[in-house]
Write a new protein. Structure first.
Length: 95
């Protein structure tokens, strides 16, 4: 069984081509590069929102969180929550 590696290097030119194709709607959504790019975007979005969450702004962060594809990124979401809780135990009641 082949093990997948996270963060496989994608040359900048290819990344720009994929982003341009995504904007125009001409991207091959089944390609490996496209899937890596969308996975990285999802991971960064989830991590960013969880790190930004506080008691004062939780109501603004949650709608943004639900706009992400949480069904696809449920493992990323759980891992990000656990890592944030480990990093700052004072915010445990928030998570």
């Amino acid at each position: 069984q082949r093990r997948q590696r996270a963060g496989v290097y994608l040359i900048p030119l290819r990344r720009k081509e994929l982003e341009r194709a995504q904007r125009t709607g001409k991207a091959d959504k089944s390609s490996r590069e496209y899937q890596q790019l969308t996975w990285q975007r999802l991971r960064k979005g989830i991590n960013g929102l969880i790190n930004r969450a506080t008691i004062n702004n939780i109501q603004e962060v949650l709608p943004s969180m639900f706009n992400l594809n949480l069904v696809r990124g449920r493992g990323l979401f759980c891992k990000a929550l656990l890592m944030a809780q480990i990093a700052s135990p004072g915010y445990t009641h928030l998570y």
